[in-house]
Design a protein around this ligand. Structure first.
Ligand code: SAM
Ligand code: SF4
Length: 444
């Protein structure tokens, strides 16, 4: 590879989970601090960062087709290809293999090493390709520039990695062991997010409720501290593990008004044998017991979850148990996936892998049940008065889009601005959103 002019414009494209969205924003800020600016819409970029997801095979394979497409579509004006960096969990898992399969890629950087991107770009400009999938002891967070401009709803990564080793999952391998960021660093970053425009902060972690500070304090202490910041209106957290739902965190839903009434608590399956084979360390009864406690603390809590259908050996009757659980819980919204064998995980070599057509049929039935549940939840909200945090303009003139406390998408027309918290009455429910009537324009 010969030398190339230093990049002046960039584009970062993130796939997968919210933590990738957060990482993508931080990479963009890092590039901005180097004087590299976002490529205007529709224009070529000198540098493209693909921030990838490895959780399912389809997501991982997509990287290779994207590289080809991007090389063609987003090339520089003079016809040369942009510099391409592959970041995220595919980078971590496949490292050198990406270099071998995709000659257009000049940088491969893992999720714990992306603060080193500027040095890698300097190498790439000289025509040298590099791979950095270290999990360095020094944290990337110390090396990243401060947050400057964010939307009304911002993410804040508080915890990374996972020690749970569910038998289907690559996260413990791609993101490493559970590590919590320090209390003081998080409060400082939250304050910069608020100064940069955030009114809502969602605390992120692969197992966010496993967050502990060096004094052993749990997530509720961090929530309590952030709730005391007057300019911050709302706090959320995701994704939680059922076994890490402590009494303290459950009580925070009762005691802290700024903690929104929404809990994403993946269960994965509704059958104990399957849960055991998944190494989930909770069973159906213990999961339901947690939900009972949360509902006792905050009666209006909206519940969400993740499901996998077609885990190796899952029988028809075991799948029916999942449908029963969905009916019993009454979820507000959920994610559901077909099991995808991931190289290196124990489940990938288990006997009785389920046929694709069986998985298709189960996913369709499960999604039907989840859609019914979501619509019922939305319909039950009609008539409620609540606040909406305005996030963007809608497609129609004078229309605004935002989120209810229960994380429903809400649209309304009237006098408002991005970042406002407005009072509305929910008047009509669809499966994916609700329409509302403005009660009181509340420029905050
Ligand atoms: N730590 C969180 C938990 O345990 O609930 C979830 C993290 S993972 C990024 C998000 C979701 O992806 C999981 O909850 C699971 O439903 C799904 N997932 C993970 N590995 C999968 C696989 N091999 N096939 C299908 N879905 C998978
Ligand atoms: Fe993956 Fe299980 Fe860890 Fe969640 S708890 S990240 S599903 S290993």
């Amino acid at each position: 590879m010969s030398s190339t002019p230093p990049p002046r414009t960039y584009r970062v494209k993130s796939f997968g989970c919210q933590m990738n969205v957060y990482d993508g924003e931080r990479m963009a800020e890092l590039l901005g601090a180097q004087g590299i600016t976002p490529a205007p819409d529709g224009e070529a970029a000198d540098l493209v960062v693909l921030n990838t997801c490895h959780i399912r095979e389809k997501a991982a394979e997509k990287v290779y087709s994207d590289i080809g497409r991007i090389t063609k579509e987003w090339g520089r004006k003079d016809g040369t290809a942009p510099l391409i960096a592959v970041a995220g969990c595919v980078a971590q898992a496949e490292g050198e293999e990406i270099m071998a399969r995709a000659p257009a890629v000049s940088m491969v950087v893992g999720p714990q090493a992306y603060h080193r991107l500027p040095a890698m770009i300097a190498e790439a400009v000289q025509g040298r390709r590099s791979v950095d999938t270290d999990m360095p002891a020094e944290t990337k967070f110390d090396a990243l520039p401060a947050r400057r401009k964010v939307g009304p709803s911002a993410f804040l990564t508080v915890q990374e990695g996972c020690d749970k080793f569910c038998t289907y999952c690559v996260v413990p391998y791609t993101r490493g062991a559970e590590v919590s960021r320090s209390f003081n660093d998080l409060v400082a970053e939250a304050n910069t997010l608020i100064e940069a425009g955030a009114r809502e902060i969602t605390l992120l972690g692969q197992n966010v409720n496993a967050w502990r500070d060096d004094r052993g304090r749990g997530l509720e202490k961090l929530v309590e501290e952030l709730a005391a910041i007057p300019e911050l209106a709302r706090i959320r957290y995701t994704t939680s593990h059922p076994n890490d739902m402590t009494e303290g965190l459950i009580e925070a839903h009762r005691d802290i008004a700024k903690l929104m009434p929404f809990l994403h608590l993946p269960v994965q399956a509704g059958n104990d044998r399957v849960l055991k084979a998944m190494n989930r360390s909770h069973n159906v009864a213990s999961y339901l017991a947690v939900l009972d406690k949360v509902r006792a603390a905050r009666a209006d809590i909206a519940l969400s979850g993740d499901f996998i259908v077609g885990f190796p050996g899952e029988s028809d009757a075991e799948f029916e148990d999942t449908l029963r659980l969905v009916e019993q819980v009454g979820y507000a919204q959920c994610f559901s996936f077909k099991y995808s064998p991931r190289p290196g995980t124990p489940a990938a070599t288990m006997d009785d892998q389920i046929a694709p057509e069986v998985m298709d049929e189960r996913l369709q039935r499960l999604q039907g049940a989840l859609n019914t549940s979501q619509l019922a939840f939305n319909q039950a909200s009609v008539g409620q008065r609540c606040t909406v945090l305005v996030e963007r303009r809608g497609k129609l003139a004078g229309q605004w889009l935002g989120k209810s406390p229960w994380l429903q998408s809400v649209h309304f027309t009237g006098d408002a601005a991005i970042g406002d918290l407005v009072e509305v009455e929910l008047v009509e429910a669809g499966p994916n959103s609700l329409s509302a009537k403005l009660s009181q324009p509340a420029h905050a």
